[in-house]
Design a protein around this ligand. Sequence first.
Ligand SMILES: Nc1nc2c(ncn2[C@@H]2O[C@H](COP(=O)(O)OP(=O)(O)O)[C@@H](O)[C@H]2O)c(=O)[nH]1
Ligand SMILES: [Mg+2]
Length: 338
Amino acid sequence: MLKFWKKSPTADSDVPADPARASLAVTTPPAEPAAEPKRSWLDRLKTGLKKTSSSLTGLFLRIQVDESLFEELEDALLLADCGVEATHWLITELRARAKSKQIEDGAQLKAELAELIVTLLTPLEKTLPLVRVDGAKPLVMLIAGVNGAGKTTSIGKLAKHFQLADKRVLLAAGDTFRAAAREQLMVWGERNGVQVIAQEGGDPAAVIFDAVASARARGFDLLMADTAGRLPTQLHLMEELKKIRRVIAKGEEGAPHETLLVIDGNTGQNALAQVRAFDGALGLTGLIVTKLDGTAKGGVLCAIARTCPVPVYFIGVGEGLDDLAPFNAREFASALLG
Ligand SMILES: Nc1nc2c(ncn2[C@@H]2O[C@H](COP(=O)(O)OP(=O)(O)O)[C@@H](O)[C@H]2O)c(=O)[nH]1
Ligand SMILES: [Mg+2]
């Protein structure tokens, strides 16, 4: 049985109508308790990437730019999850620049590396479109990823951002394996005053198909479909995801319009295998990289940029409603290099 759920008719009364707030940048909720001053997301990102930034910055304190510095830098980039290809590219370019510009001190070399990282990461910077190319509604987003990557949490955070951009949002609880997953999405829905379409058990493709029909019939701007976590090696589950995609495509012109993979920023080089496998199965349009506030080393974005460049729409920097920020190459590079 399909369940329709909404918190209270007044729940979205705090959604501002000001289109100037339509940017997806981080916003401060009016009712959040102010036990301690909330740090900006950039601060949280910087703290999260501290380990990487201090090991890199430490190297640049050297007075002399010599061969051993490049070698240690190479090791540090590999340890920071940059991967072999991106590390090789960065070091090769850095050597060339150091030579052509006759760089002799660490600070100057660090500035060059920062610019190279920005160059590497900039192609990943892209704004998630909130309207369809054909102008019709709804824009359907399918969210996939391994278990615990942060899919449901990111959907909850995005629902709020989209509402602040004056969009009417509907959520589909496509993780039908676990009752807890459905409940979790409903809690996020409740926090935002957003409706959730859910079904007890059953076929995730059918739940999402119904949600698409409902979103269209009721004029919603956006539909975000959650899915159960799966590993790329679980082939039957990857097939199920392809089926979900096919069924959505039958239900709505051009849908899903966005197919997003959520990656845990702590996954290291395995993130690349995830991007490749999910891209192969679904054709990804974007990524959300979560948990960059914890023990993540951050270099994984360089690896993605170099070997499987799928746009990174958002990065997650905490568990709260506001802890999601649009990816910005320059800010990220500055956090990575401290
Ligand atoms: N620190 C931190 N935790 C996060 C972030 N995103 C999600 N989480 C946590 O990761 C756990 C798994 O998230 P969930 O959304 O249930 O993952 P799912 O299985 O992919 O749906 C939860 O405890 C979340 O609170 C993030 O950006 N930072
Ligand atoms: Mg989930």
